[in-house]
Design a protein around this ligand. Structure first.
Ligand code: UDP
Length: 396
């Protein structure tokens, strides 16, 4: 082809928006492209081809195929935050009940020793989407118990960003990967903190959502994202709004993960690690002026998760349950009862109110009993104090 023909071909190609088909014996034989058009097409095609190739290699099953895959077995569960206080208790209960368990924890608060024997442990962060996708590609899960979160009210007031990132963003990422890999079931750790300051006690699940701290807001937002995935992406969820989780298993073999909670501080005083306890606020409108909370044993919370997995396919796709006893105890009652049962002197001093604390939180647990059939077994103060004491002695 001489230069003038070539020039003509180029200008014709440009005129047609970058592409020209040349015929030979009445059939398309050659496509002429400008360099720009060629690059443009290449960019459009490549990601698509790569995505198809990737999908084929991962053999993602549909929700129905995943159900069939696990039929006749308990299934395999991803436990996020399984090195933490509640997560490790739940992981242990799952193993005892015959589930396969994979724990994912970044150990920011959780402890490696808390991951029960028999569970596979992966150290990593939910915000690491590449890692999460790798895990879901390698392991086939049918359910996720999502505990990983930041959980301290006062800290959430000081560092709200941390709570929105760790509790909202990480949940969104987890859900998107679950949906991609067709893992249908999630049991989510939410909190009574999202009820804020309620007039009517006990609080049922239909109460207004009115959090008074970023922790409560973050869990509320996470619940909403889960609800979206249930309504529009085929997931099923049981959301548990825990009241005040405390106690320990009867072996007391879990390393404490949080130092600010009332029971942690009371036990630190009882074993002599701290001189005394500060009561945060004596001027609340309660019978003794201190905050009232509904203390629920961690074993009850862990076992309720098994009930949730058993019934996750029944009823509405997105269901919310309080986990609490229906009975409140004041800060002073907890301290005096502990002193009495352990026969210890627990010195107290009065402190200011702690930021973000609602005065009273007591659960109505009717729905938990009626729908999930779970009756609390361990959540009396005596058992809570005895098991916390065992744990405290194991961790001197
Ligand atoms: N509290 C207290 N002294 C402490 C720790 C906690 O008076 O050293 C109070 C706290 O202000 C709240 C109640 O005990 O009213 C329960 O607090 P915790 O941190 O155990 O749980 P939260 O209700 O914040 O989830």
């Amino acid at each position: 082809m001489d230069n003038s023909n070539l020039q003509e071909l180029i200008s014709e190609t440009e005129k047609r928006g970058g592409g020209l088909i040349l015929n030979f014996q009445d059939k398309p034989a050659v496509v002429v492209l400008t360099v720009d058009r060629y690059n443009q097409l290449l960019n459009q095609i490549q990601p698509k081809t790569m995505a198809i190739a990737e999908e084929a290699s991962q053999e993602t099953l549909s929700f129905e195929e995943t159900d069939k895959f696990f039929a006749g077995t308990k299934g395999k569960v991803l436990v996020t935050g399984g090195a933490g206080f509640i997560g490790s208790h739940a992981a242990k209960e799952l193993l005892l009940a015959g589930f396969e368990v994979v724990v994912l924890d970044n150990l920011s608060a959780g402890k490696r020793q808390n991951v029960p024997q028999g569970a596979k442990f992966i150290e990593g962060d939910l915000l690491d989407t590449a890692l999460l996708r790798d895990i879901f590609a390698q392991e086939k899960f049918n359910s996720v118990l999502h505990f990983a979160a930041s959980i301290e009210v006062e800290e959430s007031v000081r560092e709200p960003e941390r709570y929105f990132e760790n509790n909202v963003l990480n949940t969104a990422k987890l859900l998107s990967v679950m949906s991609e890999y067709k893992v249908k079931n999630i049991v989510f750790s939410s909190t009574c903190a999202l009820y804020g300051q309620q007039k009517v006690m006990p609080i049922n699940e239909a109460a207004s959502i009115a959090p008074v701290n970023p922790y409560g807001y973050s869990k509320f937002l996470a619940e909403k994202i889960i609800k979206y995935y249930c309504e529009f992406a085929g997931l099923r969820a049981v959301v548990f709004r825990y009241f005040n989780a405390c106690g320990c298993n009867f072996e007391g073999d879990v390393v404490p993960t949080h130092k600010t909670h009332l029971f942690a501080n009371v036990m630190d005083v009882a074993v002599g690690k701290k001189q005394g306890i500060t009561v945060f606020g004596r001027d609340y409108e309660t019978f003794d002026g201190t905050c009232i909370r509904d203390y629920v044993h961690v074993l009850d919370i862990a076992k309720a998760h098994l009930a949730a997995l058993e019934k996750i396919d029944e009823g509405e796709k997105f269901r919310v349950y309080n986990i609490g006893t229906g009975k409140g105890s004041s800060v002073l009652e907890v301290i005096t009862k502990t002193a009495e049962l352990l026969n210890k002197i627990i010195p107290m001093e009065n402190g200011d109110r702690r930021a973000g604390d609602p005065p009273v939180l007591i659960a109505d647990n009717t729905k938990l009993k009626n729908e999930l059939g779970y009756i609390l077994e361990y959540s009396d103060l005596d058992t809570i104090i005895a098991t916390s004491w065992k744990q405290a002695q194991n961790n001197l």
